[in-house]
Structure formats: structure tokens, C-alpha cells
Ligand binder design. Sequence first.
Ligand code: FDA
Length: 301
Amino acid sequence: MILKDFFIGLSQNQLLNSAAKKYGLKLGAQNVVAGTNIAETIESIKELNKHGISCTVDNLGEFVFEKEEATAAKNQILAVIQAIHENGVDAHISLKPSQLGLDIDYEFCKENIKEIVSAAHEYGIFVNFDMEDNARLQPSFNLLDELSENYDNIGTVIQAYFFRAEEDLHQHKNYRLRIVKGAYKESPEVAYQDKQEIDKNYIKLIEWHLLNGKFTSIATHDHNVINHVKQFVKENNIPNEKFEFQMLYGFRKEMQLDLAKEGYNFCTYVPFGQDWYGYFMRRLAERPQNMNLVVKQVFTK
Ligand code: FDA
């Protein structure tokens, strides 16, 4: 818990964040970030596609408090959509509302996301709204629900650590949903703190959405959950078209390939860009063993 807090603290440090941006992929981040630019990222996607793995692309970025930065992020995501289309790769978009101006102005953010969703819609590309911390949760659902009046190529994430997750899931069952345990530090007033309670709720939400929802993305590196889901879909005759497994780029690579080989739909979350620092620190917070990636990098230079 102390280590988790330590890395979450580092992830929120704006000074370190901007220093990291300046000095490029370091500390082993290149193992979990697909590239610093779109061309490199498309090559990483092609490689995964060769193995029957689809991708969801995340333009990394945090601490956006200026409109110019949000506009730059929007333009970058529009360029990714164009590149996905031109290269004919099997990929969709994951975006974070805060990167597109949610902390600046709700309407401004909505217009930015609308532009992205509309461009993606033209090419038949899906756009996932990643979920961030509790403060941004309801505004993000509001953005999704408002935009869904005109677009059907959008979906979001349900974080199982929130007490409200079950209610949110039921309300949004007609969306394609990614279900995760939850990555941010949340207070005991709004979220389960105990790992067993989170895991229990996680399974409950996955099962419910598999039985009642549109399409379920089970996003986890937890083999116990994956094995449970394999058994559950078999027992309930849930066809492969109704769900997929998702993992982050660079994590449990063998298992990713194995699941795809076994015939399950598999999607890798592919983060790219120069703003890798906060993302990387959150991964260390989740699993300090990921420090191995860092240590290996230091010793194999
Ligand atoms: P967890 O960290 O609970 O680990 C369970 C067990 O799995 C471990 O004890 C270990 O045995 C095994 N394990 C885990 N990682 C391993 C590894 N690398 N190697 C070997 N064994 C390993 N969060 C959020 O708040 N909003 C979001 O939008 C998203 N989006 C998202 C997309 C995708 C594709 C993924 C995979 C995850 C997210 N997350 C997220 C993050 C998510 O909420 C969660 O923090 C992490 O996935 C960590 O939880 P896990 O379920 O992976 O396993």
C-alpha cells in the first residue's frame, strides 16, 4: 500500500511529468509504450495485428489545463484516426476526457470529443472514453450520454472499485463497455479499498454484462479472472462475438498471444506519445514487480 501511494504520488507530480516529456522514453517505459509518434505506433499495431490481435490506441497526455494543449491533443487523435484508416489496421481509439479539456470547460471538451467521434464514425472506427478519477466520473458519463444521441460508435469503462459501479453498469448496458478493477487512488467514501472486495465486484459486473449487455471488454492481467470468464462463457453459451479480453501493451505478452491463438477476441491497449510518465507510474503503483522492467532496462543498456 505504501509503495502504491508512492507511485501514485509520483504519477501526479507535474514537474517530473514535464521533465519526462522533455527527455523521451526512459526508465524502461519503452517496454510498455508503443512509440513516441504515430508512425512508430502504426508499426507496433501491424505487428500485433499479424497475430490476430486488435488494438486500442491511446495518445498519452495528462495535466491539460490550457485550451491550446487540448486542441493539440485533439489534432493528434484526429491524425491517429486518419493513420488507422489509411493503413487499414485493426485498431480503435481510447481517449481521456481530461486530455481534451474536461478540466477547463465542459462544452469545449464536448466539442473536441464530438469532432473526434464524428471523424471516427466516418471510417467506422470505435471510440472508447477511458475513465479517470472520481471527480471526472459523472462528467465523463454525461459526455458519453449526450454524444450517444448522435453517434453509436462510442463506449466507456466501468471501474469495479466504485460503489456506484453496478448502477452505472446497468444504466449503460447498451454500450460496448470495458470493465476494469480501477487504477486511481480513491477515498473509502466512494470506493472499495480491499482487493478481495474489488475482485468480487469485478467478477459480478463482468458476469452481469456478459449476460445482459451489448459487448464486454474484460480488461485485466489477472489469470484467475480470465480463467473464470473462460469457464463462465462456456457454461452460459456466450459466443466469442460478445466479448474480448484486453491487456496493456507490453504486459503478459505470451498470455496475450495464447488467448488470441485459442480463438478469443483479443485487444491490446497501445499507449503512445511523449507524455508517458504518469501512465508508467500508475503501472508501477498497480504492481511494484513491474519495477523489473525498469531494473532490466538499467542493467541491459
Ligand atoms: P491486478 O493488478 O489486480 O493483478 C491480479 C493478479 O494478476 C496479480 O496478483 C498477479 O498474480 C497477476 N498479474 C497482474 N499483472 C501481471 C503481470 N504484468 N505479469 C504477471 N502477472 C500479473 N483503469 C481505469 O481506472 N480506467 C481505465 O480506463 C482503464 N483502462 C484499462 C484498459 C486496459 C486494457 C487494462 C488492462 C487496464 C485498464 N485500467 C484502467 C487499469 C485497471 O483498472 C487496473 O488498474 C489494472 O489492469 C490492474 O489490475 P488487473 O486486473 O490487471 O490485475
